[in-house]
Design a protein around this ligand. Structure first.
Ligand code: FAD
Length: 381
């Protein structure tokens, strides 16, 4: 089949690999001008490990494994460690693989077969699905006409939306984001901090009520990380300056520890990343010849630590089911959804403890959190 994938993130690249190696012609259209490599380390967990194993990428991924969370500590305004995050808080199992998002993106992109190509700096503007075409289960005849922002046009057997939390494919086919978004009350930002890249030290997190700022280091890189609690904020998801301003405003009046310096790093970073902790809940992830994979369909929020794993299992199940169903996309989409749904429910159900641990709302609650962690023995600094 001739398949269009929107988004070259984890889900899009995994789909391109899985579908391309099964003989489909895959075009990935990516809004960014190049692969987007920003990100703190992410986790591959549970059956997602088997998914990357079946892709033949497990050994490469294991080579890039980091153990960053073991070294992460809460600090006071002087930078003195006051508590450590216990591993049990961040990892379900010793088998979990933590690696830089950047490394996973590169490994997936390097593994694309000749049948898959990425087109950067473009995006889908309109989609017209001919609909399902009768008794053949949609194998022949129908298709999706696509017009791109670049002015190009194309016709595809299937269109897969892997374009993340603010998916354009979802908006075009299923309706506005607000109908599916569940905001969890937290925003997240990160930025490169090149001045700190070479210095040694543990990863540090500093709290003020309802906010945290952190400095994480790994593999010769340093990243400024921020989280803050907030009601939903309306902003343009492609306007970086507007997103930086939201972050600056959220920390207005807070100048303790290294907050000003970390905010300066955010202002200076052209690859600054900003998102909300929000989940996407859709009753179904497919309509006609269009299906959603990864955050586009079922974002569990970064607080779950499972978005990447869902993207990987989703890509695998969808590709396997298309193969099993002889390209009858209607049957395959239904089977993909039946296999993937339990993983999504599990991931989306387990987000709140991380938020409360990371973002206490008062100074007293921050002190109580630190005290509780000090008392837990193995987690004590
Ligand atoms: C730059 C970046 C940094 C991230 N950092 C973290 C992190 O530190 N911690 C964490 O837990 N999660 C992070 N995430 C999210 C995490 O990668 C996902 O939750 C998870 O891996 C699921 O992947 P996904 O492919 O569904 O979505 P994503 O990884 O978000 O990928 C979506 C892709 O689609 C592209 N895209 C968006 N809109 C369009 C459009 N209209 N047309 C074409 N392409 C489009 C995006 O540029 C992106 O490449 C980050 C995502 C990005 C894009």
């Amino acid at each position: 089949m001739n398949i269009l994938v929107s988004g070259a993130g984890i889900a899009g690249l995994a789909l391109a690999r899985e579908l391309g190696t099964r003989g489909h012609d895959v075009t990935v259209v990516e809004y960014g001008r190049h692969l987007r490599l920003t990100g703190t380390p992410i986790d591959i967990r549970g059956d997602a490990i088997e998914a990357v194993d079946r892709m033949g990428l497990l050994a490469k991924i294991q080579k890039q494994r980091v153990r960053m969370s073991e070294l992460t500590q809460f600090v006071d305004s002087e930078g003195e460690p006051v508590a450590r995050i216990p591993m049990a808080e961040v990892s379900d199992s010793d088998d979990d693989i933590e690696l830089l998002r950047e490394d996973l993106v590169r490994i997936l992109a390097d593994a694309l077969p000749d049948t898959a190509a990425i087109r950067f700096d473009d995006s889908i503007e309109t989609l017209t699905d001919d609909g399902d075409d009768g008794d053949d289960g949609g194998i022949d005849g129908g298709g999706v006409d696509v017009r791109f922002a670049s002015g190009r046009t194309g016709r595809y057997d299937l269109v897969l939306g892997a374009d993340g939390q603010h998916s354009a494919v979802r908006r075009l086919v299923f309706g506005p984001e607000k109908d599916y978004l569940r905001h969890l009350g937290v925003y997240f930002a990160l930025a490169d901090h090149p001045d700190e890249a070479r210095s040694e030290g543990a990863n540090s997190i500093y709290n003020v009520p309802s906010r945290m700022a952190g400095l994480f280091r790994y593999n010769g890189k340093a990243v400024a990380v921020f989280q803050f609690r907030s009601e939903p904020i309306d902003y343009d998801h492609h306007d970086l300056d507007a997103q930086k301003k939201i972050l600056i405003d959220a920390f207005a009046g807070h100048r303790s520890w290294r907050i000003p310096e970390l905010l300066d790093a955010a202002l200076a970073d052209p690859a600054f990343f900003f998102t909300s902790a929000s989940q996407i809940h859709l009753p179904s992830w497919h309509r006609g010849r269009v299906a959603l994979v990864g955050d586009a369909g079922y974002c569990p929020a970064f607080l779950s630590g499972r978005g990447t794993s869902l993207a990987l299992t989703g890509a695998r199940f969808l590709a396997e089911e298309l193969q099993r169903c002889g390209n009858d996309h209607t049957a395959a989409f239904a089977r993909y959804e039946a296999r993937q749904r339990p993983y999504v429910t599990f991931a989306q159900d387990r987000v709140y403890s991380g938020r409360d641990r990371m973002l206490p709302t008062t100074w007293d609650a921050i002190a109580a959190r630190n005290k509780a962690l000090q008392a837990t023995g193995p987690g004590a600094p």
